[in-house]
Design a protein around this ligand. Sequence first.
Ligand code: UD1
Ligand code: MN
Length: 442
Amino acid sequence: MRVNIRRLTVAGALMVVFWLAVMYSSVIDVPGALSSKNSVQDIENRIDNLQKQVEQQMTESNLLLARVKEHLKAKSQAKEEGKDIKDNNVEYSLNNLVLPVLLIACDRVTVKRCLDNLVKFRPNKDMFPIIVSQDCGHNATYQVIKSFADDDPTITVVQQPDQSEIPLPRVKVKFRGYYKIARHYRFALNHVFKTLGHEAVIIVEDDLDISQDFFEYFLGTYPLLLKDRSLWCISAWNDNGKKDVIDMSHPELLHRTDFFPGLGWTLRRETWLKLEAKWPEAFFDDWLRDPQNTDGRACIRPEVSRTFTFGKIGVSKGLFYDMHLRAMQLNMEYVEFTALNLTYLLKDNYDEALASTVRALPEMTADEVIAHPAGGSPPAVKVTYSNAQTYQKAAKKLGLMDDFRSGVPRTAYRGIVSCFVRGRRVYLAPSFQWTKYDPTWG
Ligand code: UD1
Ligand code: MN
């Protein structure tokens, strides 16, 4: 029995030791404890990573937010500066728009032809009242105009009251007509802006035909004149408007020009008040072509003219009419200008686009342009000039007018003349860094 108890005690002790050993190993034993320690580390690492990712995302989101804020700020600034054409002010001016037509007449009874077309194509009588200003005191012409005014209260006639002879030195007598025209324009524009108080006016002469979309053209482009302070006029005329040098498939295309085209044009009151103070005694159109008189501002002109002059016999000689004016193309396709986006004509968009287009174009000589009709390639090229002589040579070759006024070539914008010859767009461009026109050219 004694032995058995001892054995039992030993066995019990052994079991306790074994149990303790098992327990101990379960607490501190090697492999299991090591892996759980690793997973804690893992989790900590992952949390660290997550935190880093969240921080990175926060930084990115903040950057994004800053960019969005910057964009919104720039947008509202652009709107304030008037880069967005139809902002509230312009919208207001357009909703209340009255854009009268001022018709300059003298002694030609054919003013009827002009009035007939104005009446025929006028989309809205109240929006486009017609004011005829007559010079010359010619009764037969007055009667023609009066017959229109008698029938329609939105057509009125006023007569230029000062019919006195303008005293001129002998050498200038042959230019008398130009003195009378400048005097008449001063009276007529003062009548429209000062007496009648209009905001803007479309000016036409008594020997102009107009296109069907003449009024739509001036309506659609008027917001440009309101918004873009670097513009002072919108004209319906392309001085290089002959069939052979325009793209008839793009009657909607418009351009900026530094050369005042006249012959159907819109002028605002605020510009008139500045011009009137220094208005010339004669040759008002060439005077308006001197950048000094218009603060270097530009006009809009169409690819395809919206007016045509049938006045062969007038103040200037009929030779110019037969050589150039007779061949001018009047637009025949109605374009809905009020539905078009014309923001490409705003200075900020236009200047950079034109410069980079011309910079990137392949070069050809005027002779090559004429000798190789496009056939699709290249669709556009530049022809460069370096002085007045090389300009005139290239212009003549291409079929363009080659004259200058105050150093500005006809239809030029920042020294570049854009035309369409033998199936391709051609830019006659300076080979040098252009900064301004040289008045000694021409
Ligand atoms: C040219 C221009 C014309 C410009 C004029 C002034 C062309 C095709 N024409 O006239 O746009 O206005 O030079 O430099 O480039 N008139 C008067 N009083 C007169 C004589 C004429 O008011 O004593 C009026 C006419 O009615 C007409 C305008 O002035 O509306 C131009 O006269 P016109 O005889 O047509 O001369 P252009 O040689 O065409
Ligand atoms: Mn004329």
